[in-house]
Design a protein around this ligand. Structure first.
Ligand code: FAD
Length: 320
């Protein structure tokens, strides 16, 4: 039996996030009937883009209340769409916003829930997901439960983006009362120190306590600029106030999955590793040859970061 799948597109500042197209690849793998919820202040253009890239029937909801991703409002609107279209599987993004919103949505719809999945297969209406657990030390397979809607969030950058399709856009009308909420987002302010979204970055240059002080952070940001990379951080330097929390990678920070991850002056504590160990290539720079980070590094450089990082920056700057 073919299932109905609802994916939830994510947008920021009127632009679709890459993860929205990765979700469509996951949805296509089910062989089911795909619908995509596109919620925005003005959703029509975004919905057309999704329809052309594998979004199937794209349900476009436009309203000023959807300008910012407020999980309370999104969950209420999405519940309306779920009631109307009756999907068995709902797929969202394992992003800061997606994780909060899907948990709320699953609770509102008495569904089953699995977060941060890295694999999904479907045999008719039987869905099996794969996700890391216990800090990435084990990989678990979980099955859907009969009679429950299965809500999942997908780890960014694990799946390729869907690039083609010939879906249709359906403009959905939702009652005004649905947009009323106890909370509202007044403003969204960009992190001045981060021009590239950490969870979507292809390259991350991350710093740890080895940089010794906030005054040395520019050594790291210069390398990041030279490589077009986002700047990550261990919790040690976030807790000391050398860098903002939005840069933190790990158990209590962000989970990232870039093509290339530089760990500079980071020892490799398990709480850091769980946030970055699925990176495709990991380069560690540490003066301690026994630092645990070298156990998971693809390439290791044993030495003083204050010599190695400026030399690397010079090299990258010289090749443009
Ligand atoms: C519940 C909980 C949640 C946590 N969540 C997170 C999390 O989300 N993210 C996270 O990162 N941590 C987290 N931690 C903290 C974690 O346990 C570690 O304390 C932290 O990751 C250590 O950061 P660090 O590697 O920068 O510092 P350190 O462990 O102090 O390592 C510094 C490294 O720099 C190297 N070094 C020093 N000088 C130089 C130099 N000149 N050149 C080259 N290398 C040099 C040293 O050899 C050392 O390996 C959590 C801890 C707990 C208990």
């Amino acid at each position: 039996m073919s299932i109905k799948v609802l994916t939830i597109a994510e947008q920021k500042d009127g632009k679709l996030s890459n993860i929205s197209f990765e979700l469509l690849t996951v949805a296509a793998a089910t062989g089911g009937e795909i619908q995509t919820a596109c919620l925005a202040e003005a959703a029509d253009g975004l919905a057309a883009e999704l329809a052309a890239k594998g979004g199937g029937k794209v349900l476009a909801v436009s309203n000023p209340a959807l300008k910012f991703c407020n999980d309370e409002v999104y969950a209420k609107v999405l519940t309306e769409l779920i009631n109307k279209y009756q999907p068995q599987l709902v797929i969202g993004a394992a992003t800061f916003f997606g994780k909060a919103m899907i948990a709320r949505l699953a609770a509102m719809n008495n569904g089953a829930m699995a977060s941060d999945i890295t694999g999904l297969t479907a045999d008719g209406d039987k869905i099996t997901i794969t996700r890391p657990a216990y800090g990435g030390n084990v990989i678990v397979n979980l099955g859907s439960k009969e009679g429950k809607i299965f809500f999942v969030t997908v780890r960014p950058k694990v799946f390729d983006e869907s690039t083609s399709g010939d879906g249709e856009v359906v403009a959905e009308t939702v009652a005004n009362s649905v947009f009323e909420a106890k909370t509202s987002v007044k403003e969204s302010v960009a992190d001045a120190g981060q021009s590239i979204n950490l969870t979507e970055a292809d390259i991350i240059v991350a710093a740890g306590r080895g940089i010794r002080g906030e005054e040395n952070l520019p050594i790291i940001t210069k390398l990041a600029d030279a490589m077009g990379a986002a700047v990550g951080a261990s919790r040690a330097i976030v807790d000391t106030g050398w860098i903002a929390y939005s840069h933190q990678v790990g158990q209590t920070g962000k989970t990232v999955n870039p093509k290339l991850y530089f760990a500079i002056g980071i020892s490799g504590a398990i709480q850091h590793l769980v946030g970055m160990q699925t990176s495709k290539t990991i380069v560690a720079i540490n003066r301690d040859k026994d630092a645990p980070i070298f156990n998971i590094a693809s390439y290791g450089i044993v030495g003083d970061l204050f010599e190695i990082v400026p030399a690397l920056t010079e090299k990258f700057e010289s090749v443009g």
